[in-house]
Design a protein around this ligand. Structure first.
Ligand code: NAD
Ligand code: 89V
Length: 343
């Protein structure tokens, strides 16, 4: 791999500007070409970021440009064809979440990239948020002893549909789009889950999918956790896009609450620290937490490519998170507990 990696970004929509800003902050990577089927979006991104090599077809881009990796920031339907295209050219790939609509598609992408001998990372950025990294570090440092119970919670009335109108159109919504992040965080904090039980509801009549979900997980580690999310919850102060975390352990408790305040209590007393993300120069509130995590995960990708190691949120790892998503929909449909079917 060259010292400065040459990347191509495919998909210049709503979220891609965050990828592009973050790439500009990473000295040993540079986005040299853009692709979007939509000419207007391609033009707008190219002009904003001064990138002149622009293509409406990803294969044409890969034919014409010398590229060290692709960053796929399209919506889910195009993930498998684009990852398989990258694999066919032996080009390492980042793929936005949700990795795939089915486990079979996800497995096919993992196998294609493994056969090609290239790295594949899912852009699963929530676990790269500074406040959630602080939670994991506190647990790992033994601050609350051995965890036995946890809750990962995201409840909001923020209008996500104005920026991402496709979220209102699918038969699946909150688990596939947002719950997927929280289920990944549950794995990040407590390890894989052997079984889960889920309940869903649709409160907003203007959308097709569910906008409320409550999931109880039995982790292999022995922890019981609750993942709950809602875009139908109007609170006194809108917390979007903060994830709240509660963990009870054998020696104390941990609470990550409003305004990124982390409180750890044990027999000696309680201590609260501010674990806010940085407000990067190109970021804006309230998205700055997510925006900083985009920089963190993209830095991790570059480090992994240089060191030849598997990214923490590799395609292979993400199969387990995706299996929890599928299990949650299956459990909500049947009312019964479901064991995730990860390969
Ligand atoms: P979007 O619809 O605004 O943009 C996607 C773009 O991809 C569109 O411009 C479309 O024309 C283009 N595209 C689709 N298929 C293509 C193909 N085969 N070749 C070239 N261009 C193609 O979507 P978005 O809101 O930017 O979301 C993109 C992805 O990012 C989604 O999967 C979404 O879930 C994810 N997302 C992640 C976060 C996060 O924090 N991790 C936040 C928002 C969105
Ligand atoms: O992260 C996401 O995928 C976004 C949001 C935080 C708005 O749910 O869609």
């Amino acid at each position: 791999m060259p010292e400065v990696l040459r990347g191509a970004l495919i998909g210049c929509g709503f979220f891609a500007a965050n990828h592009l800003h973050a790439w500009r902050d990473i000295a040993d990577a540079s986005i040299v070409a853009l692709c979007d089927r939509d000419a207007a979006r391609l033009h707008a991104a190219g002009e904003s970021f001064g990138i002149m090599a622009r293509y409406q077809d990803a294969a044409a881009l890969l034919d014409a440009e010398r590229i060290d990796f692709v960053d796929i920031a399209t919506t889910v339907a195009s993930h498998r064809p684009l990852v398989e295209l990258a694999a066919s050219r032996r080009i390492p790939a980042i793929c936005q979440k949700p990795f795939a609509a089915t486990l079979a598609d996800a497995q096919a992408m993992v196998e294609a990239t493994a056969r090609a001998g290239i790295a594949l990372m899912v852009h699963e950025n929530f676990r790269w948020q500074t406040p959630l990294l602080a939670v994991r570090q506190a647990i790992a440092a033994g601050r609350i002893g051995t965890p036995f119970w946890g809750r990962i919670s995201f409840r909001s009335a923020y209008d996500v549909f104005s920026g991402q109108p496709y979220l209102a159109q699918g038969t699946r919504f909150i688990i596939e789009d947002l719950g997927i992040h929280l289920l990944d965080v549950a794995r990040f904090l407590f390890g894989d889950a052997a079984r889960l039980t889920a309940r869903t509801a649709r409160v907003n009549p203007a959308i097709r999918g569910e906008d409320v979900a409550t999931i109880m997980l039995d982790h292999v580690s022995g922890v019981t956790s609750i993942v709950d999310c809602s875009y139908a919850s109007r609170l006194e102060r809108e917390p979007f896009p903060q994830t709240f975390v509660e963990v009870d352990g054998s020696a104390g408790t941990l609470r990550l609450g409003q305004d990124y305040r982390l409180t750890i209590a044990d027999a000696a007393g309680a201590e609260t620290t501010d674990v806010s993300p940085r407000l990067l120069p190109w970021a804006s509130r309230p998205w700055h937490n997510i925006q900083e995590s985009v920089l963190n995960i993209q830095r991790h990708w570059v480090t992994c490519l240089h060191e030849g190691r598997e990214p923490d949120t590799s395609g292979r790892d993400n199969l387990q998170t995706l299996a929890l998503v599928q299990a949650a929909y299956a459990s909500a449909a049947t009312g019964s507990p479901v064991a995730p079917a990860a390969p």
